[in-house]
Every structure is written in structure tokens, then in C-alpha cells.
Design a protein around this ligand. Structure first.
Ligand SMILES: NC(=O)C1=CN([C@@H]2O[C@H](COP(=O)(O)OP(=O)(O)OC[C@H]3O[C@@H](n4cnc5c(N)ncnc54)[C@H](O)[C@@H]3O)[C@@H](O)[C@H]2O)[C@@H](O)CC1
Ligand SMILES: Nc1ncnc2c1ncn2[C@@H]1O[C@H](COP(=O)(O)OP(=O)(O)O)[C@@H](O)[C@H]1O
Ligand SMILES: [K+]
Length: 483
């Protein structure tokens, strides 16, 4: 898990560091790391460092000095948006760096190997200074690699919006910890590959975090030699309707391919035949279950009647799609709501744009109101956990997943994990991350059920990461295997 840090915590950590280490210059540390990464990105060629009025520009100027020192390359500086960092300017001039004006930049730009963006960092407000709009567009058109220092200029650190004008980066080097803009879409799409550089700051635990592959590997409920189908978790699934027959098949597919011990399908009989045709391991009819998945493709007719008895069962529920319209005040303990932005808006009685404007806040508001875990779906998936008062971002996948039925498959994976006994926040974070990883293995317009079929490959890979036995042979005690 990686903590996503707000600007005030970064600044406080910087102050504490400065008090404890009066002889260390953090800006030089940051600048050295910027220069090192720039060297790796383009071992030769001219570098243009664009600098703004703050410390982000200071980082850029000291990085420029470092880059020019080895004498192997030409480095130029273009100051924009106010007066550049005075000591930085002196340092750059001392080593003979040339300062350019707008006209010179326009003329030389096609021959630039790398642009380093030091216009604004964590002090940046949304929107690029107007006098560099043309420059951002030219870098994009000419496909010039851009290395952003801390934050691509135009983005604001704690904001997931991507404004019309931004200096989009090929890579971003940020310090101490990622900020929300690096990880939440659509802002993240302007950051390129993000590298987090350690400059020695100590940060407190954050209540906004992002899942890592290793977390998925550690938390996944791996089967053991003592496992049977019941102990692995039996999941009841009541989904689909005549209007939406696929919504019966897709969640079951997600549940089967993520390793449910057993599935009991209790939706319409005609749909059971459809499921069995594709997935003969599914059982039909009621019985004891550890968790229920409800709501996908119910349509309105008969929804309440379907929901009532399942709610009374008292086991944890994954509540998706149409079932979200019939939430009681109190949900069974350990339940999980899986709305997309439109459904969350309906739940909260607000508009969809209001949810899209503040996904972290709105997901958390719903989680608090229903005292349950909420997984807000979309290009970035937020898991709001009201018990530990935090929000977790799932591992992100390719945008190909944005298609009808992906949410149904995701609900099925959530169901498998709730039935396996995982607490809802973990189940949701794992399910969303694993689906994204499966989609990354199958990039392209593969239908959601085909993406689900890539989950076993992802799990085998993760099992290796977690040192879990994946094949029968792996269970051989090491002493025997060595003979
Ligand atoms: N805080 C830290 O821990 C460290 C910070 N460092 C660097 O310092 C940066 C933060 O420095 P600052 O606080 O000076 O802030 P920035 O350099 O990010 O930007 C502040 C300046 O930009 C102007 N500005 C902001 N948004 C603008 C916009 N949209 N259009 C035009 N002008 C705009 C502001 O008026 C202000 O003059 C970090 O991002 C990082 O690069 C590093 O030196 C290492 C240590
Ligand atoms: N831009 C995107 N990039 C990656 N995944 C996305 C994107 N947009 C949506 N998704 C995924 O697609 C799914 C859509 O869910 P949902 O809208 O409930 O679809 P449905 O109800 O048709 O199954 C969600 O799981 C979400 O993770
Ligand atoms: K920047």
C-alpha cells in the first residue's frame, strides 16, 4: 500500500526536516534526482528546462546546472510566469547556461531532445499559465519527451481533473510520496510514468492510499491443502432478468474465474440453463451460503421481492446495480455497495457531475451514511472504508474495461472474496485490482467474460510473488524435493 499525501503534509514534513537537518539542502537533493532521471531518459541531446516562479523552478535550475556540468550536453533555460528562483538563476548562470526568450524557444524547439518542466509543482493551481499554452501544444505535436518535476504543470496536486491546457509529461518524478493527481484519472493521464524519489522526508500514515501488486498477493485467500469447496466460501448469486439475461452469466463468470469454492445460482430458471451451458460447475437453487451477490440486471420488476429474503439472511451482501435502489437503512454487517458514478449520485440524491467532481468525498459520504463499504467504479476505482476512515484506490487497468458487463464481472469477483471471508474493504480493493490486472494482460476490446478468463493467469503470477504453491508439485516438502 502506498500513502497518497496532501500538500500540507508534504510541506510540514519539509519544515520538520529542515529544522532537524539545517545543513541539508532538500532542493539540491531533488534536483540531483531530476538530473539523474533526465540522463537516463536521454543520454545525449539538448535539454530545455522551463522554469516558473517557485521552488519547482528552483529544482529545475539546479538540475540544469548538474546536467551541464559534465560538459557532454547543451542545457538551456526558459523562464516563464514571473521571476525565477534567484539562487537557482545565479547557479545556472555560473556554469554558462543560456537563458532563452519565447521567440528563441519557438525556433529551437524542434531540435530539443527533452523538456524538463519546472513551471509549477505542489504550489500549482489548476491551469497552465496562458503564455505557455502554445508551448504545451507544440511539445505534444512534435512528440518531444517531457519530464515533469513533481507535478505536470497545469495540474493541481490534490485534484483529479485534467484541465484543457496542461504540459503533459512522458515521465514525472515526484518527491517523498505520490499525490492524488498522479494516480486518479483523468489527471493521471497527463503524468506518464510516475517515479517517487526519496529525498529523506518522513511522512505520517495517510488515510488515502493506493493498492500495490504485493498487497493483492499478500491478501488473496490462497487455497491450502486443508481447503475444501465449503471452507473456500459458498456464494449465492441472484442476478439477471428476461430483459438482462447476460447479467446472470457475467457475475457468475467473474465469481468462477476468481476461484469461488461453490456458487448457488437462484435467479430465473431460464437463465440458469444459460449459465450451465457455459459454466457447468455452478449449482442451481438455494442452500447455505457465506455471502450473496444481488442486483446485476434485475430491472425494476420484482426487484424488491427478490431482495427481501436475501436481506434477511444476514450474511454479507455485494449490492450492485438495480438493488442499490432498494437499500434499507441498515445493511447486513460486512456488506459492500458497488455503484458507478450515476448510481452513487442517485443514492445520495445529487447529480452525476457532483460525484465526478469529488469522487473520494462522495464515495466516503455514502459509506458513512450506510455504515458500509462502498466501491465507486470508473476509470479510477475508490474503496471507501468508514470503519477505518480511509479511502483506497485500486490498481488501475486499461480503459478497454469501460464496456457494458465489466461491472457485472467485477461484482462476481467481489462476491467470491466476501464468501471467502474477507472483510468488504479488502474484498473490494482486491477484486477491482485483479480485474484491472487481468484487463492489462488482455489489452484490447476483449469482452468482459474473456477478460475474466485471464484472472487465473494473474493469480498464478501473484501466487509466485507471494511464494504460494501454485501446482501440486510445489507442495512437495523442500527436503524431499532436494533429494
Ligand atoms: N516541499 C518540499 O518538500 C520540497 C519542494 N520542492 C519543490 O518545490 C515545489 C513547491 O514549490 P512552491 O511552493 O514554491 O510552489 P511551485 O513552485 O509549485 O509554484 C508556486 C508559484 O507558482 C505560481 N503559480 C501557481 N499556479 C500557477 C498557475 N496555474 N499559473 C501561473 N502561476 C502559478 C504561484 O503563484 C507561485 O508563485 C515542489 O513541487 C518541488 O518541486 C523541492 O525543492 C524539494 C522539497
Ligand atoms: N476508463 C476506464 N478505464 C478502466 N476501467 C473502466 C473505465 N471506465 C469504466 N471502467 C470499468 O468498467 C466497469 C463498468 O461498470 P458498470 O458501469 O457497472 O458496467 P455494467 O453495469 O455494464 O457491468 C467498472 O468495473 C469500471 O471498473
Ligand atoms: K512541474
Amino acid at each position: 500500500m502506498i500513502g497518497i499525501q496532501p500538500v500540507d503534509k508534504i510541506r510540514a514534513a519539509e519544515r520538520e526536516f529542515a529544522e532537524a537537518n539545517p545543513d541539508v539542502n532538500l532542493m539540491l537533493r531533488a534536483a540531483d534526482q531530476v538530473a539523474e532521471l533526465a540522463e537516463r531518459m536521454v543520454p545525449s541531446g539538448t535539454i530545455l528546462v522551463v522554469v516558473g516562479p517557485g521552488n519547482n523552478g528552483g529544482d529545475g535550475l539546479f538540475a540544469a546546472r548538474k546536467l551541464v556540468r559534465d560538459g557532454r550536453r547543451q542545457v538551456m533555460v526558459w523562464p516563464v510566469a514571473g521571476t525565477a528562483h534567484p539562487q537557482g538563476v545565479v547557479a545556472a548562470r555560473q556554469v554558462g547556461i543560456r537563458f532563452l526568450n519565447d521567440l528563441e524557444v519557438g525556433r529551437l524547439l524542434p531540435d530539443i531532445a527533452l523538456v524538463i518542466d519546472g513551471i509549477t509543482g505542489i504550489g500549482g493551481r489548476t491551469g497552465l499559465p496562458e503564455n505557455v499554452h502554445w508551448f504545451a501544444e507544440m511539445c505534444d505535436v512534435l512528440k518531444i519527451p517531457v519530464l515533469a518535476i513533481d507535478i505536470p504543470s497545469g495540474l493541481a496536486a490534490e485534484d483529479h481533473h485534467r484541465p484543457a491546457h496542461v504540459l503533459a509529461a512522458t515521465r514525472t518524478i515526484t518527491f517523498a510520496a505520490p499525490k492524488l493527481c498522479h494516480l486518479a484519472q483523468p489527471a493521471a493521464s497527463a503524468c506518464g510514468d510516475v517515479e517517487v524519489a526519496d529525498i529523506g522526508l518522513e511522512l505520517p500514515k495517510s488515510n488515502l492510499r493506493q493498492m500495490q501488486r504485493m498487497d493483492v498477493a499478500r491478501w488473496w485467500p490462497w487455497p491450502t491443502p486443508y481447503t475444501d469447496k465449503y471452507s473456500r466460501g459458498v456464494l449465492g448469486i441472484d442476478t439477471g432478468s428476461d430483459r438482462y439475461p447476460g447479467a446472470a452469466v457475467l457475475p457468475v463468470t467473474g465469481a468462477v474465474y476468481s476461484g469461488a469454492g461453490m456458487i448457488r445460482f437462484t435467479g430465473p430458471d431460464r437463465l440458469a440453463d444459460l449459465i450451465l451451458h457455459k459454466l457447468p460447475s455452478v449449482t442451481v437453487g438455494s442452500g447455505r451460503v457465506e455471502a450473496w451477490l444481488v442486483g446485476c440486471g434485475w430491472s425494476e420488476e420484482g426487484a424488491e421481492q427478490r431482495f427481501g429474503p436475501i436481506l434477511e439472511s444476514g450474511v454479507p451482501l455485494v449490492i450492485d446495480a438495480d438493488a442499490l435502489r432498494y437499500l434499507p437503512k441498515r445493511l447486513p454487517e460486512g456488506s459492500l455497495l458497488t455503484p458507478h458514478a450515476g448510481e452513487l449520485a442517485e443514492l445520495l440524491g445529487i447529480s452525476r457531475p457532483e460525484v465526478e467532481d469529488d469522487p473520494v468525498g462522495k464515495a466516503y459520504e455514502a459509506a458513512e451514511r450506510w455504515e458500509t463499504t462502498v466501491l465507486l467504479k470508473g476509470a479510477t476505482q475508490y474503496i471507501a472504508n468508514p470503519f477505518e476512515k480511509r479511502v483506497t484506490l485500486a490498481i488501475a487497468g486499461p480503459s478497454w474495461t469501460a464496456q457494458a458487463g465489466s461491472g457485472d464481472v467485477l461484482a462476481g469477483i467481489c462476491g467470491t472474496l466476501l464468501a471467502a471471508g474477507l472483510p468488504a474493504p479488502k474484498a473490494a480493493a482486491l477484486a477491482a485490482s485483479v480485474q484491472a490486472m487481468a484487463a492489462a494482460r488482455k489489452p484490447g476490446p476483449f469482452p468482459p467474460d474473456v477478460v475474466a478468463q485471464a484472472i487465473p493467469e494473474v493469480l498464478v503470477h501473484l501466487a509466485e510473488l507471494a511464494d504460494q504453491p501454485v501446482l501440486a508439485g510445489d507442495l512437495t516438502p523442500r527436503s524431499i524435493a532436494a533429494q
